[in-house]
Write a protein that binds this ligand. Structure first.
Ligand code: SF4
Length: 384
């Protein structure tokens, strides 16, 4: 239960895992239990601070959502403004809890907040992407990069060699993460095993790493990304064993159900193998989030992509806790995909076509699985 207090126009709330301070109706600041800003709303903009103290901003202009990241100097100015305003909180009638939390918040300076980027870099290799419902997880890097790293559209792990951590390295990493998060760890109820396909590790190694993760961050379910061609190497019994040890959910990058498009993006899987893999995950009672990418393959592949993706989704044994994510394709101009699209005269979908494809996919997935959540996955909103 949150303790809260209204002092004139100010509203303060000491929630279980965060503190919110609202000086007026149009501004709300939220802080973690270490006193660091988490997010805030001001002048119709939403600001979010990553653990590395990068500040992502979102607003709406002319009916369209805009997002951008502040420079270090701009972030410092925003931190200073938040702290200056928070320092004006009327204190006379504050209880002990709120007073202590306010002191923790005002113990930070813009310089110290920016310094958090160094602590982050000492703790993590770059964290390139997470599923949208895992932004508030404890990310633990069991592996680095992706063991395949050759899908033409994907540049998350380019120029990074795939590497796995030994159990001793992983234990040291969990300690560093614990230290970085401090009391803010309580805000993070799940563990995400990164990077791109940490779940490809052998069951023996995964069990060992999962035990270390759960010891460092108890009472949290685990999740991770996996691709069809690495995930299918484990039997349903192996997934069931991992499920027993705390693996709650896996995120499967299907991208499309259209085999010619899978081949064109150099993803070594087929629709049939994807279907069999999801069946084996469901037989193991693992929750599944499948990801489809709208706009992939441009106009040339659009018809086959939509038709076969919906056909695939309709044949998956999804249940009510599973999720279908629809991710609008974002082109990286430096990718092999971009080069190939130019060479082969692939025309990208325009915004109207992309929205129409998203809507068709959304409606089709909902019709196939009325009890399954169909949710957006915009990689441009990723934050950790
Ligand atoms: S899409 Fe997945 S499998 Fe393909 S390169 Fe990227 S991380 Fe690896």
């Amino acid at each position: 239960m949150a303790a809260w207090r209204q002092l004139g126009a100010w509203i303060l709330s000491a929630k279980r895992h965060a503190t919110t301070i609202s000086p007026d109706r149009s501004s709300v600041y939220s802080f973690d239990l270490e006193g660091r800003p988490l997010s805030w709303f001001e002048n119709d903009c939403t600001y979010k601070r990553s653990l590395a103290s990068r500040v992502h901003v979102r607003d709406r202009a002319g009916g369209r959502r805009r997002r951008w990241t502040l420079t270090g100097e701009q972030a410092s100015e925003r931190f200073a403004a938040v702290l200056e305003r928070t320092a004006k909180t009327p204190r006379a009638a504050l209880d002990e809890e709120l007073r202590t939390r306010l002191e923790a918040i005002l113990g930070w300076t813009p310089e110290r907040l920016l310094e958090e980027s160094r602590r982050f870099e000492a703790t993590y290799e770059p964290v390139s992407i997470l599923p949208p419902d895992q932004y508030l997880s404890v990310v633990l890097q069991a592996t680095f990069g992706c063991s395949w790293n050759r899908c033409t559209f994907c540049s998350f792990y380019q120029n990074r060699a795939f590497r796995t951590r030994t159990p001793a390295e992983f234990r040291a990493h969990t300690e560093a993460v614990n230290d970085l998060l401090g009391r803010a760890r309580h805000l993070r109820p799940r563990i995400f095993l990164a990077d791109g396909n940490a779940l490809m590790l052998s069951e023996t190694r995964l069990r060992e790493l999962m035990d270390i993760a759960c010891e460092a961050f108890p009472d949290r379910p685990l999740a991770g990304f996996i691709d069809v061609f690495t995930g299918e190497k484990k039997l349903a019994a192996g997934w069931a064993d991992l499920r027993e040890r705390g693996l709650e959910r896996v995120y499967v990058g299907l991208e499309t159900g259209h085999d010619p498009l899978l081949a064109w993006i150099n993803k070594p899987a087929t629709t049939e193998r994807a279907r069999e893999f999801v069946f084996s995950l469901k037989a193991a009672r693992v929750r599944v989030s499948v990801i489809l990418m709208a706009g992939l393959g441009g106009r040339r592949f659009a018809e086959g992509h939509v038709r076969d993706s919906l056909d695939l989704v309709s044949r998956l044994p999804l249940e009510d806790k599973d999720i279908v994510y629809l991710s609008p394709f974002v082109l990286d101009e430096r990718s092999a995909y971009a080069q190939r699209a130019v060479q082969e005269h692939i025309t990208p979908l325009d915004e109207t076509e992309l929205q129409a494809q998203l809507e068709t996919l959304r409606a089709g997935c909902r019709a196939a699985h009325p009890h399954v959540r169909v949710a957006p996955y915009d990689i441009r909103e990723f934050i950790y």
